[in-house]
Design a protein around this ligand. Structure first.
Ligand SMILES: [Zn+2]
Ligand SMILES: [Zn+2]
Length: 331
C-alpha cells in the first residue's frame, strides 16, 4: 500500500516526509484494519515531522484524523467490517492507573497515540484499537468528519478548559482547523467571539462564521475577555493573551507544543486570579460529546482536499499558513 513515513524528523522545507510502499498491516486482538477514506492534516503531524515531538516509532506514518471503513476486525472487536469509524489521536490508555480510573484517561502515563506511537492515516490502510474508534454520525461526510477528529475534539476540550461563562467574551489566538470549529460551538452557546490572527484570510473566515471582531495577534482587544484559547503554538503570545483577560479570566493553551513563554509579570499578567492552563489530548467522552454536538449544530468545516500523494505539500502549506480551515488527504 502507499504510505508516507518520517524517516528522519527535519524542518518541513527539507522534506522530512518520504513516500513508502508498505505491507497492509494485520489487525491484532481488539484491533481493526481500517481502509482510509479521508485523513485530516493536523499541526501535530508537523511537530512529528519536524521533530518538535521526540521520535516514538522510527519511520512512523503520521495522521490521526482518520475516517475509514473497517476492512477487517481482529478477535474481540465490537465494530464490524463495513462500519464507518473515526480514528483519533488517542489510540489507547492503560485503563487501570489512577488517572484512567478517575475519568482523566487523557493524562494516562501509558497512553499511546495514532501517528506517533503507531502508524497513522497518511496511508491507504491503518490499524486502530476498536475500543478507541468512534462511530460517526451519518450527517457528517468523510471529508467533513476528518478534521473533527482532532482539531474538533481538542478545540472542544480547550473551550471547556477555558471555562467561558455563559454569554461571555472569548478571545481566540490563531484561527486554523481547530479554532474555526471551537468558535462555532462557542457562538452556538451564546458567546461573543474575538479572533486574533496574523492571517488576513483567517480573519475573513472568522467574521464569516460570526466572530464579532477579528484583528492581528497583538492588537488591542475591543473589550476585556472572560476566557481565551491560544491555538497558535507561539509562547510569545502568552503575555499578550493574559493582558487582554478580564479579572478571573482563563487562558487555555490548546497545542501539544508551544515555543518558550517569555518572563511573566505577576501583576500585569496573572494577578486578579487570571489563570494559564494547558490542554492535554482528550478523553473518549470529550470525543463522543463533541461529535454529537457537531452533527446537531451542523458545524461548517472549511476543508481543503489534497490527494494522498500530496501529503508533503499539504503539510508545507499548513506550516506556511497558506490556507484557512483544515487540510484533508483523500486517497
Ligand atoms: Zn491509565
Ligand atoms: Zn491533531
Amino acid at each position: 500500500m502507499r504510505a508516507w513515513v518520517v524517516e528522519e524528523p527535519a524542518p518541513i522545507a527539507s522534506g522530512p516526509l518520504r513516500r513508502a510502499d508498505r505491507e497492509v498491516p494485520a489487525p491484532g486482538p481488539g484491533e481493526l484494519l481500517v481502509r482510509v477514506l479521508a485523513c485530516g492534516v493536523c499541526r501535530t503531524d508537523l511537530h512529528v515531522a519536524e521533530g518538535d515531538l521526540p521520535v516514538h516509532l522510527p519511520g512512523v506514518t503520521p495522521g490521526h484524523e482518520i475516517v475509514g471503513e473497517v476492512a477487517e476486525a481482529g478477535p474481540g472487536c465490537l465494530h464490524r467490517p463495513g462500519d464507518r469509524v473515526g480514528v483519533a489521536w488517542l489510540r489507547g490508555t492503560c485503563g487501570a492507573c489512577r488517572f484512567c480510573r478517575r475519568g482523566a484517561e487523557n493524562l494516562c502515563p501509558a497512553s499511546v497515540y495514532t501517528g506517533w506511537d503507531a502508524h497513522g492515516g497518511y496511508a491507504e490502510y491503518a490499524t486502530a484499537v476498536d475500543a478507541y474508534a468512534y462511530a460517526l454520525p451519518a450527517e457528517l461526510d468523510d471529508v467533513r468528519a476528518a478534521p473533527l477528529l482532532c482539531a474538533g475534539i481538542i478545540g472542544y476540550r480547550a473551550l471547556r478548559r477555558a471555562e467561558l461563562p455563559p454569554g461571555g467574551r472569548l478571545g481566540i489566538w490563531g484561527f486554523g482547523g481547530s479554532a474555526h470549529l471551537a468558535a462555532q460551538i462557542a457562538l452556538a452557546e451564546g458567546a461573543e467571539v474575538h479572533v486574533f490572527t496574523r492571517s488576513p484570510a483567517a480573519r475573513e473566515l472568522a467574521r464569516e462564521l460570526g466572530a464579532s471582531w477579528a484583528g492581528d495577534s497583538f492588537e488591542a482587544a475591543p473589550a476585556p475577555l472572560d476566557a481565551a484559547i491560544l491555538f497558535a503554538p507561539a509562547g510569545e503570545l502568552v503575555p499578550a493573551v493574559l493582558e487582554r483577560l478580564d479579572r478571573g479570566g482563563t487562558c487555555a493553551v490548546a497545542g501539544i507544543h508551544l515555543s518558550d513563554i517569555p518572563v511573566l509579570d505577576y501583576q500585569r499578567h496573572l494577578f486578579q486570579e487570571r489563570q494559564l492552563r494547558s490542554v492535554t489530548a482528550n478523553t473518549r467522552a470529550d470525543g463522543e460529546e463533541f461529535l454529537t454536538l457537531a452533527a446537531r449544530l451542523d458545524v461548517a468545516v472549511t476543508t481543503h482536499a489534497y490527494g494522498l500523494d500530496e501529503a508533503d505539500r499539504a503539510l508545507a502549506d499548513l506550516a506556511g499558513d497558506r490556507f484557512a480551515g483544515a487540510a484533508v488527504l483523500v486517497p
